[in-house]
Design a binder for this molecule. Sequence first.
Ligand code: CTP
Length: 396
Amino acid sequence: MLKDKHITIGVTGGIAIYKILSLVSRLVKEGADVHVVMTENAQKFVSPLLFETLSKNRVITDTFNREDPKEVDHISLAKLSDLVLVAPATANIIAKAANGIADDFLSTMLLAVTSKKAFAPAMNTNMLNAPPTQRNIETLKKDGAYIIDSATGMLACGDVGSGRLPEPEELYEHVLYLLSEKDLEGKKVLVTAGPTVEMIDDVRYLTNRSTGKMGYAIARAAALRGADVTLISGPTSLGTPMYVNRVDVKSASDMYEACVKAFPGTDITIKAAAVADYTPAEYREGKIKKAGDMDLQLVRTKDVLKELGSMKKEGQVLIGFAAEASDIEHNALGKLEKKNLDAIAANDISRSDAGFGTDTNEVTMYFRDGEKKILDKAGKFEIANRLLDEALRILA
Ligand code: CTP
C-alpha cells in the first residue's frame, strides 16, 4: 500500500522523537519514499544523520541551505508529498501551523502543502489541555488537518496523563489509513473471527485452533479502506484494529445472536470465525469432580453462516471460509451451495504455511457463477485485501 508514496515527516523537538526513528524505518521497509524535516530543537535530541541513514534521503534542517539552486525546497517537497505528518508535534508547531506563521523550513512548508496534513501532538498534559493549544488543534481540524489523538500514560516530565506520542505501530496505522484508497467508503462490512469457546463447567471448555489472525486482518483492511466495520470476535489475544467496532462473544450461541443482529443492512459479510459445531449438552456449574471414565454428550450448535445465507437480501454479499483437510473443492462447493453464499474461501489446513495460527495464507475462492480463483500465498493482510477486492467486484 505504501509503494510509490512520498511521505514527509516533520520532526519537532520532543522527547518522543525516538519513536519516529522506528516509524521512518518501518515506512521505508514498506516501500515508501520518506523525507524528514527537522526543526532546530529536534536536532538537539537526535542527529539528522540518524534520520538520513534510515530514510536514505537528505534530511532538511534549514530553509536557506539549498544544494540545488534551481529548486525551492519547501515548495518542491510540499508538492512531492502525498502526506506530511508532523510527529511529535509540539505546542509551538501546532500554534504556528494553526496561525499561518512561517518562520522556519517546516512551518513554511506546511503552508505550501495542499495534500494531506497530519499532526501527532505530544507534550505535557497541562500544555495539551491549555485553551490556546486546544483552540489551535480545533483550528487545524477545521482547516482539514488530521489529528492523531495522543495516548495516555507516564509522560517524560513524570506526570501521568494525556499527551504521550502513540507508539510507532499506531502511528504507522494512521499513515496507512491516510494513504489508503477509500474504495469501501459508505459500505458496512461485518467480519467474524477467532474460535468459539463452549464451556463444560466453570474450569473446562471445548474450543479449536483458530487464533483470529485472518478475520482480524480482514477487519483491519476493510477499515483502512474506509468501511464501517463490525468485527464479531471469539476469544483471541489480538488487539482491536483501528477504527473497527469490535463485539466480543464467547460461545457459538453468542456468535449466532450477535451475527443475526448485526447482519441486516450490511453490504459485505465475511465469516472467518471457526465456530464450534458441537457444544456440551449441559453446562455444570462449579468443577466436575473426577470419578472413573466420563462420557461427555455433545449437541449440535446452530450454523451461523447458513442462517445468514437464509436472511440474505439482494445487494448483500456473503462470503464464508471452509477449513478442509481433504477433498477441498468438493467440500467447499457443497458449503457454498448449502449456505447460500456468494463465494467461499477454502483453506487447506493440512499445510503448515496456511490456515490456523500462521501469518501467511493461501486460499482458493469458489464463486456462485462457477468461477474459481487462487489467491497465491501471501501475508494475511494481503490476502484480506484481495478477498475484499473480490467482495467489491461481486457487489458491483
Ligand atoms: N460456520 C458457522 N457456524 C457453524 C459452523 C461453521 O457460521 N456452526 C461457518 C464458518 O464461520 C465458516 C463456514 O461456516 O465460514 C464453514 O466452516 P467449516 O468449519 O469449514 O465447515 P462446517 O460448515 O462447520 O462443516 P464441517 O465442520 O463439517 O467441515
